[in-house]
Design a protein around this ligand. Structure first.
Ligand SMILES: [Zn+2]
Ligand SMILES: [Zn+2]
Length: 559
């Protein structure tokens, strides 16, 4: 039995103990052991030896005893008894994708909700957001997660697929028999919607790899398992394909990353007969040996990209490391979960130089938009925070609603005295093309507006774009100097990559923001970057790759 298999059993034990309000310290010990085992490189026996030595008295004695039992019998009596104490429906709540146990525990214990239907109802009635530490985003995640379980579909948003793919990759890279592994396919290319997760792995003992992955808590069925690949089906109906690579890992990675069109063109257009692609040291090696320009995984979609690569005309695309700050962030002053201080600290940890706190404006009452008094107060607090910061700047900001006819939700005087203004449409999304376009045009004509956020308003898989005429907006933004946003939230990806391409026919600045409502969502920036790369965007067009001083200059000029 591998460490990860033991870890999954301990995880289940800790989940059930938490749900049943058992001794917190002991529950935490099970969870801690599970986490450590997930990363542990040795066997379960070695783990016990290490963690029950005199020096490291880390866990409750029952944790060690249970691991011994699992190693001996492949089962846990404790898990068996815990399961009997929890109704099946309640166990099912833990299967909701993307929701942590502590959320379910709180809901189960305080609202006494015992099944998916009841939980969905509570979320729709906005009763979840009243619990401490939860917001409207938690409700939305719950509604979506439950919807996924109840209505199996065959296409999934990038964010969710990436989250799952990374989890499987993490498991693979921690198995001692695995030499190399990577995410490939649609997820690596960062397609907006994903049909199948594809991973590649080079390993010894394929049976072991297959057995372990088949036991993953998210897997409902092993579809296929042979010497070439493992096919799995997850509980949300998203298939996962793990391909075994022979010696040539990087060739294999390239092969399983590109789209069919791209790969056909690769072999057709290049003189592959005379190309030696054995013993590669990296994926880049393929392009070096073929004497063509490197093609980022995100753009290995079409055949024409190979033409550009031959001509060496692919622009130098933006990279994650180029981002110096995040300019669209919510705090718990409006509908965010964390305090301003917590968001700032998280931004510093990410190595940023600046961020803007942009809470919602007063009309958006569903998101606790700020009153004018609150804005003044928040500005004071931000200025206090800035006094204590070295090498980091917090910009005051507002995500101001564009009202029905295009006027903004605060008087100009408020906007003028704020460092950065984001304007966005949240209501009346079904206006006809002319109405919504004129509405947004009116908004960006206001010189105080620096960025137009999530320009089309779409929510992937749930809500279509508005009928806005983007070419007209781009053309006006070029004149007013307004930046357009790539909203990195994996539900939005708005602008999308096609619109990013279109935007670059005009001279308009772009901002790649997360619209984070919690610390965790700050990491969504990776999806914005990938979308930008698919849209062939270069670094210098992106305002949050600029230094603090450059950005300040731009903001001043804009006013
Ligand atoms: Zn918004
Ligand atoms: Zn926002």
């Amino acid at each position: 039995m591998t460490s990860i298999e033991i870890a999954w059993i301990l995880q289940q034990i800790s989940d059930y103990m938490e749900l049943l309000n058992e001794n917190t310290l002991k529950t935490n010990d099970y969870r801690k052991a599970s986490k450590l085992l997930k990363k542990y490189n040795g066997s379960g026996y070695e783990f016990i030896k290490e963690y029950s030595s005199k020096r490291k008295h880390t866990f409750h004695i029952d944790v060690i005893k249970d691991i011994q039992e699992i190693l001996k019998t492949r089962k846990s009596k404790r898990l068996f008894y815990l399961k009997q104490k929890i109704p099946r429906n309640v166990q099912g709540l833990l299967d909701i994708p993307g929701i942590e146990t502590k959320v379910i525990k709180q809901i189960y214990n305080t609202l006494n909700i015992t099944n998916l239907h009841g939980l969905e109802k509570a979320a729709k009635e906005k009763r979840i957001r009243q619990l401490p530490g939860m917001g409207s985003k938690t409700e939305l995640s719950l509604i979506r997660g439950i919807d996924l379980l109840n209505n199996p579909r065959n296409i999934f948003p990038l964010g969710m697929a990436t989250y799952i793919a990374k989890d499987f990759l993490h498991i693979l890279t921690n198995l001692s028999n695995v030499k190399n592994a990577s995410i490939a396919g649609e997820v690596r290319r960062a397609q907006e919607m994903i049909e199948k997760i594809i991973l590649v792995v080079k390993c010894e003992d394929k049976e072991l790899t297959a057995r372990v992955l088949g036991k993953h808590p998210l897997v409902s069925k092993v579809l296929q398992s042979n010497s070439q690949m493992i096919g799995l089906l997850t509980k949300i109906n998203l298939p996962i394909e793990i391909n075994f690579c022979r010696d040539n890992f990087f060739f294999c990675l390239h092969h399983y990353t590109g789209s069919k069109k791209y790969l056909d063109a690769f072999f057709k257009k290049l003189d592959t007969a005379n190309l030696n692609l054995t013993n590669l040291d990296s994926e880049e090696d393929i392009f070096i040996r073929a004497n063509i320009q490197f093609i980022s995984p995100e753009i290995r979609e079409s055949s024409e990209v190979l033409e550009w690569s031959k001509e060496r005309s692919i622009p130098e695309l933006i990279e994650l490391e180029d981002i110096k700050g995040d300019l669209h962030i919510h705090s718990n002053w409006s509908d965010g979960v964390n305090t301003i201080e917590e968001m700032v600290e998280a931004g510093q940890k990410k190595g940023y130089e600046y961020m803007a706190i942009t809470d919602h404006s007063r009309t958006l009452t569903v998101a606790s938009g700020l009153s004018i008094e609150q804005i003044h107060k928040q500005h004071q607090i931000v200025s206090e925070i800035n006094k204590n910061l070295k090498d980091f700047n917090v910009f005051t900001g507002i995500e101001v609603d564009i009202l029905k006819a295009g006027d903004l939700d605060y008087p100009d005087q408020i906007l003028e005295n704020t460092d950065l203004i984001i304007a966005s449409v949240h209501n009346n999304l079904r206006q006809d093309e002319e109405t919504i376009t004129v509405r947004v045009e009116n908004a960006i004509k206001n010189p105080n507006v620096d960025i137009l956020a999530h320009p089309t308003g779409r929510i992937l898989g749930r809500r279509n774009s508005t009928l806005i005429n983007l070419e007209r907006i781009f053309s006006l933004a070029e004149k007013t100097g307004t930046a357009l946003e790539i909203n990195s939230s994996p539900d939005r990806l708005d602008l999308n990559s096609e619109n990013v391409k279109l935007s670059q026919k005009y001279e308009i600045p772009i901002a790649i923001n997360t619209d984070a409502h919690s610390i965790k969502s700050l990491q969504d920036i990776e999806f914005g970057i990938k979308t930008a790369k698919r849209g062939l965007l270069e670094k210098q067009s992106v305002i949050n790759t600029w230094s603090k001083e450059e950005l300040k200059r731009w903001l001043r000029k804009k006013k």
